[in-house]
Design a protein around this ligand. Structure first.
Ligand SMILES: [Zn+2]
Length: 433
């Protein structure tokens, strides 16, 4: 018989569970270090299979049912770089919901400026250093140890707990969470609540994120001799007109829009637009003296982050309207615009069960109230919500977002331990509901 709620969440039981997690601090660090030593750099998607197997072998030996699913045919998938995902599940004693912890195993390239080996996992002053410690192998290790502690404490919870290590989050998550969500692995009845231990800080619950529209704009003019530019039609001048219009007319509008989403930092509570890249005319790779040409092409990549209150069609229309004006002003000039990527904004309700469970657990473990935030950039929550139609999903985990993708990335070990306690208590709260 499953225990009644009161007993499942008794202070004595939670104290025992927390003591067990404390006692496993070194083990948690060792696990995170072992994950960091797998250089799962994406792109291209290195070492995914051994990293997934590290997680799978560990959890199988502790009684979890382990399954691997390769994102066959998804972006970047090949026999050399298979998109290997791992999903582990442990059943409780009675029927009930399923709490799923999802962490991405891919990391971005280390880049320059490190003072420690990015793939060694050095510990210094209570911090674990290395690429992916903060984003997000530290959080994944904390979720794994939290779940193992529940199992080893023989707590007779209802339902099931799942842990997945998934690929490609840094490049859109198509071979990872999106792929698994299409197969029903992030939907009811299999899963009810999802916690993604991204580095959003140990006392904050991240309800969701803004949307993304990445597009490529190409201006097309007519080639000509650089000494007689009036005989050609400069695509660069056309692009200049477009940039000027955006600067004068669109940016003030975007700055004036404010979202109800609690995005951190607050500067990102407005609509934003970034010029990711721009190039016009002669190929940048030329050597010596350039040939005297009027640029017949100019391309730029725009990165528009939109709010939950905005509509994607309107977001696109206000850019296209300015392009049309440029086209009308310069006879003969044309343009094309094509989407590179679109992700819609998503946000869990502040009263959602997973949010309430984390709020309560944060207050219990840290002795202070939780803060609700939203993320300026996206993460895998969008796939859980849009493809899996599961909206009881948030991000919660140790580490600071500002350190993600930086040199000398680290995660604070005490925060890993605290977050593991929060995750364990929140999972029990949900499984006792
Ligand atoms: Zn991440």
């Amino acid at each position: 018989m499953p225990l009644p709620l009161a007993e499942l969440l008794s202070p004595a039981l939670l104290d025992r569970l927390f003591a067990r997690i404390d006692a496993r601090t070194d083990e948690m660090v060792d696990l995170a270090r072992a994950l960091v030593r797998m250089p799962t750099i994406n792109p291209p998607g290195d070492a995914y299979t051994p990293c997934a197997e590290l997680i799978g072998n560990r959890l199988r030996s502790r009684g979890f049912i382990v399954e691997y699913r390769r994102g066959e045919g998804t972006q970047g998938d090949s026999d050399r770089y298979p998109r290997t995902n791992v999903i582990a599940r442990v059943e409780g004693r009675g029927r009930g919901p399923c709490v799923h912890f999802n962490g991405h195993i891919d990391v971005v390239a280390p880049g320059h400026g490190w003072t420690v080996d990015p793939f060694a996992g050095a510990v210094k002053d209570g911090r674990l250093y290395g690429r992916g410690t903060c984003d997000m192998k530290g959080g994944l290790a904390a979720a794994i140890v939290a779940t193992e502690a529940i199992v080893d404490e023989h707590i007779p919870f209802h339902g099931a707990i799942e842990i997945s290590g998934t690929v490609d989050e840094e490049t859109g998550g198509f071979g990872g969470v999106a792929y698994l969500a299409r197969q029903g692995l992030f939907s009811k009845p299999r899963v009810d609540h999802v916690i993604i231990p991204e580095p959003l800080q140990v006392d904050r619950v991240c309800l969701g994120h803004r949307g993304v529209w990445w597009a490529e704009v190409e201006m097309r003019g007519r080639i000509g001799h650089g000494s007689m530019p009036f005989l050609g039609l400069s695509a660069i001048r056309g692009m200049g007109d477009f940039l000027g219009l955006v600067e004068r007319e669109l940016y003030p509008k975007l700055d004036a829009r404010q979202t109800r989403m609690p995005v951190e930092p607050p500067g990102a509570r407005h609509s934003t637009l970034n010029w990711n890249s721009i190039h016009g005319g002669l190929d940048e790779g030329y050597e010596g003296v350039p040939s005297p040409l009027v640029a017949d092409s100019c391309r730029l990549v725009l990165d528009r982050r939109f709010l939950i209150e905005e509509n994607l069609n309107e977001v696109k229309a206000e850019v296209i309207e300015l392009l049309e004006r440029v086209k009308r002003q310069r006879a003969g000039l044309g343009y094309t615009i094509k989407d590179i990527v679109v992700f819609h904004p998503t946000m869990a309700e502040a009263e959602a069960p997973v949010v309430r469970a984390l709020d309560e657990s944060i207050a219990r473990v840290l002795g202070r109230p939780a803060t609700h935030i939203a993320s300026p950039g996206t993460y895998d929550q969008k796939h859980v919500a849009r493809i899996g139609h599961l909206h009881d999903c948030v991000a919660y985990g140790p580490g600071r977002l500002e350190l993600a993708h930086q040199p000398d990335e680290y995660v604070d070990i005490a925060e890993m331990v605290a977050s593991a306690k929060v995750m364990a208590a929140a999972a029990l709260r949900l499984l006792a509901a």
